[in-house]
Design a protein around this ligand. Structure first.
Ligand code: 6U4
Ligand code: NA
Ligand code: NA
Length: 165
C-alpha cells in the first residue's frame, strides 16, 4: 500500500466582513494557486501545533490555540506513490487581534466569501470549501472528503469524490 503523508490546511475566515484570507502560493507544489495556509508537520509535532506554526510562518497570523477549530480530513489518492491526508482547520478571525504579514511562500489576499476564486484553486476545493464556510458549519460536523486524482496531478483532474462531505 502507498505511503501516507499528513498535511494541515487552515482556512482563516472573518465573518464580520464576510471575507476569507487565502494565500497565493509563490513556490513549490501548487505554485500560483490560491489556497489555505498549512503544510507538513515537523518530526514529533502534533497536527494542531503544525497548523498554528504554518499559519504564523505563511501569513503572520498568530492564532490562539482555543480558536483553532478542527474541520475534518480530506484524503487524496491516485497521487502515486503516496496518499495524502489533509487535516482541515477553521479559524474565526473576529475572535482575536491579528496582523497579516506576507511571506516568501505565500501572498495573503482577502476575498469576499461570495466570490472565492475557485478557478485559481485546487479543483477539489469547490466541493468541500463551501461546506466548511457555511453558517451552518460547526466543529462537530467534521468533513470527511475522499478525492481520487487521475493522471497527472499538475493538471489536477478529479476522477471521483464522495458525496457525503
Ligand atoms: P513539503 O512537502 O516538505 O514542501 P510543506 O512546505 O510543509 O511541505 P506545502 O506547503 O507544500 O508543504 O503543503 C501543501 C499544502 O497544500 C498543505 O496545506 C495541504 C495543501 N493541499 C495539498 N493538496 C491539496 C488539495 N488538493 N487541495 C487543497 N489543498 C491541498 O485545497
Ligand atoms: Na507550507
Ligand atoms: Na512546511
Amino acid at each position: 500500500s502507498p505511503a501516507i503523508s499528513h498535511y494541515t490546511l487552515i482556512l482563516l475566515i472573518q465573518p464580520s466582513t464576510d471575507k476569507i484570507l487565502l494565500g497565493k502560493k509563490l513556490c513549490g507544489f501548487g505554485e500560483g494557486k490560491f489556497n489555505g495556509f498549512g503544510g507538513k508537520p515537523n518530526p514529533n509535532e502534533s497536527m494542531r501545533d503544525c497548523a498554528l506554526r504554518e499559519t504564523e510562518e505563511e501569513c503572520g497570523v498568530i492564532v490562539p490555540p482555543e480558536f483553532l477549530l478542527s474541520g475534518g480530513t480530506l484524503t487524496f489518492t491516485g497521487l502515486a506513490p503516496k496518499q495524502m491526508i489533509v487535516h482541515l482547520y477553521r479559524v474565526n478571525l473576529d475572535n482575536f487581534p491579528f496582523k497579516v504579514v506576507p511571506s516568501d511562500e505565500m501572498d495573503p489576499t482577502w476575498f469576499p466569501i461570495t466570490s472565492i476564486p475557485f478557478s485559481l484553486m485546487f479543483d477539489d476545493d469547490k466541493f468541500w470549501l463551501p461546506k466548511l464556510l457555511s453558517k451552518a458549519w460547526s466543529a462537530d460536523c467534521a468533513l470527511e472528503g475522499n478525492f481520487h486524482f487521475d493522471g497527472d496531478f499538475v493538471s489536477n483532474y478529479i476522477l471521483t469524490h464522495n458525496d457525503n462531505l
